[in-house]
Design a binder for this molecule. Structure first.
Ligand SMILES: [Cu+2]
Length: 257
């Protein structure tokens, strides 16, 4: 019965890869237009170097555990895509997850200007990127252990796609940018799990703003096991009942400063 309710592109990874039931951003939308990303369990030869590909290559939806892991920037192996999602500053970029199974922890959307000579993300090394936050979602209500996080709320538990939208600040200077969607899952005590995926954006607009350096971080680099919000045991009494969780890292850049 439920099979008939789920579009085939979402159904396949769900059926074939339930054993590694983590997840990740598989597609993007801007307005009504869909942009397929890299299917980590699809045919790589059909996807590698494809003219339509907007997402950097990733080949497993397993979590990254180490805050210093080079794959933290754009997953493994993170090879550049050939194409870009066209978007105008002020529009929403929506990441589409085929399914999402974890419930606790923050989600952060990042941008980085492809800062090579030609402003070309296709030749840009994400390990040299300066990232800034454009949006983040955390604990919506209740307690850290049992409350409702966006990570839980956005997931459609019936298998239909889960959507996460953030706005590209309208005043942002146009150009080619990486977008990075990161889910941090905190259900294992003192063992954070990181799920990042990157795509290429071609941002249009007439803005001139760019975040100043207090908003910019390196990834890896921004997270560390010295951060209590990252190296956290959500089951410890003094943590589990808290009703606030401060998402670590720099402030979100809204384009106003
Ligand atoms: Cu998982």
């Amino acid at each position: 019965m439920w099979q008939t309710l789920i579009p085939i592109p979402f159904l396949l990874p769900y059926l074939f890869h339930q054993a590694s039931a983590h997840g990740g951003a598989l597609n993007y939308t801007v307005g009504d237009t869909w942009y397929p990303g890299y299917d980590p369990y699809g045919d790589q030869t059909m996807q590698d170097g494809a003219d339509w590909m907007v997402q950097r290559k990733w080949i497993t939806n397993d979590p990254i555990f180490e805050t210093t892991n080079a794959s933290l920037s754009c997953n493994t192996p993170g090879n550049p895509a050939k194409s870009y999602v066209p978007i105008t500053a002020g529009q929403n970029i929506t990441a589409v997850y085929a399914y999402w199974v974890h419930t606790v922890g923050p989600m952060i959307a990042w941008l980085a200007y492809c800062a090579n000579d030609s402003n070309d993300c296709r030749t840009f090394n994400s390990s040299t990127a300066s990232w800034f936050k454009i949006g983040q979602k955390g604990l919506l209500e209740g307690t850290i252990e049992e409350g409702t996080w966006f990570q839980k709320a956005f997931s459609k538990w019936d298998g239909s796609p889960s959507l996460w939208s953030e706005t590209v600040p309208s005043s942002l200077r146009p150009g080619k940018y990486l977008v990075r969607h990161e889910i941090i899952s905190l259900h294992s005590a003192n063992k954070p799990q990181f799920y990042p995926e990157c795509a290429h954006l071609d941002i249009k607009g007439d803005g001139h703003a760019f975040p100043s350096k207090e908003y910019l971080v390196q990834i890896p680099g921004v997270w560390s096991m010295d951060q209590p919000e990252i190296n956290i045991d959500i089951y410890k009494p003094e943590v589990s009942k808290k009703t606030e969780y401060k998402i670590p890292g720099p402030a979100v850049w809204t384009g106003l400063s």
